[in-house]
Design a protein around this ligand. Sequence first.
Ligand code: 13P
Length: 245
Amino acid sequence: MENQKIVIGNLKTVMNINDVSSYLKTINKEIVNKQVVICPTNIYIPYFLKNGYSVGLQDIFINEDGPYTGEVTPNQAISMGIKYAIIGHSERRTHLNEPDEIINKKVISAVQSNMQVILCVGETLEEKQMLKTDVVLRRQLVNALNGLNIEMLHNVTIAYEPVWAIGTDNVASNKEIERTTNYIKMIVHQNRGYKNMRVIYGGSVNDKNIKELNKIKNISGFLVGGAAADSEKFLTIINEVVVNQ
Ligand code: 13P
């Protein structure tokens, strides 16, 4: 199971309840029990659970349990059968100034509750142009994984999501993704002594480019945004990556 590829759909905040209803009618039940995780906006999660889908949160709180207005804790997630949480998405880093230290606390609280963490890292366009990609990734990884032992790292997957590729149709090249993935694995090995870190790619993955992206040998799947909110496109991606593997 661990070596199988995974497809994670991050539905962000793009759907209202009418969109969710039509989505649930068109998304194929075949994907239940496959390596597919859907991360809806929190308020819509019960509809997805009721239909049998494997569900993830788009964020999680820094403590496992307790009274924190407006937040969702790992204990609450687990009690609903929610196993996955995206942490450190660039939209949160950018719009909420979420710092590495908070992301680190979220990662620890989630893995301590036995959740599977999808930790997002990635450089901005400016950082890429200034040739700072490696420095930025190293900083994000070292800080976010601070204090995690090997056992905890088993429950983490790194999502390499270059910020310049998110929602832009400007997908990273296979060569760039392969190189960066190797770099991420190397940093985690060097820094935490964990050799086999799983890395997935996100950023303008769609039904048209998935065949080509799926040729990349060292990644373990994809984190899909815009195309995941379109059931037809999402099913094409899923068929390419997990159904036919
Ligand atoms: P897009 O697929 O829309 O570029 O979004 C990627 C993303 O942010 C997934 O978390």
